[in-house]
Design a protein around this ligand. Structure first.
Ligand SMILES: [Zn+2]
Length: 204
């Protein structure tokens, strides 16, 4: 599951027609660098997250496309912590802004944004799938640098976690206040960016 299904479902359940905010063409394409990209932004009002902005870019020259999503209203920067005990928490919804870092301390996995990072909405399970995708890619492309044993054990851990057999913590360092996890008592929000987060701040 790529996680896009979650966003598509929320968009279908939007409580009113999307409002077009931006519509520009002649934008520089990050893939082929020609000025053939058109970018549109829409405001949706969706369940759980309220107003969100969906940005869609499409290049008429090379066909590159992207979807970026973020909450429309920022809160203060914060650290969000979720304790995952099993399947129930795997279904929690996560909105991750393009500037937020995510890490899983128990296995040393982290996602630190780059300039090309996109925001997304998914579930905790979808997030694990993303980590799995990125880790398999890094393990494949790393060549001689890769610790095969370590790769295998991290991927196996992720597969068990996706099935609900691992207990772990997800920490989001929400530097721009535009990330959110929808959930009950298992979600703790600390409205201060501490050292642990500061060391994971993207350098853009
Ligand atoms: Zn292009």
């Amino acid at each position: 599951m790529a996680g896009d299904e979650v966003l598509d479902r929320l968009l279908r359940e939007s409580s009113r027609e999307p409002v077009k905010l931006v519509d520009v063409s002649g934008v520089s394409c990050p893939a082929c660098e020609s000025k053939s990209m058109s970018v549109s932004e829409y405001m949706y009002s969706v369940p759980f997250f309220g107003n969100i902005v969906l940005s869609v870019g499409e290049c008429s020259r090379c066909g590159y496309r992207y979807r970026d999503v973020r909450l429309a209203e920022a809160t203060e920067p914060k650290k969000i912590i979720v304790r995952v005990e099993g399947e129930e928490q795997l279904r929690l919804l996560v909105a991750r802004s393009p500037l937020s870092s995510i890490f899983i301390p128990e296995v040393g996995l982290e996602m630190i944004p780059s300039r090309a990072s996109l925001g997304f909405i998914t579930t905790v399970e979808g997030l694990l799938h993303r980590f799995h995708e990125v880790t398999s890619l890094a393990c494949k492309e790393g060549g001689g640098e890769v610790d095969v044993e370590k790769c295998r054990s991290v991927l196996e851990w992720l597969e068990r976690a996706i099935e609900g057999y691992e207990r772990f913590t997800i920490v989001i360092c929400d530097f721009d206040g535009l990330s959110k996890i929808v959930g009950g008592r298992e979600v703790v929000e600390i409205s201060v960016i501490d050292e642990e987060c500061r060391s994971r701040e993207p350098s853009l």
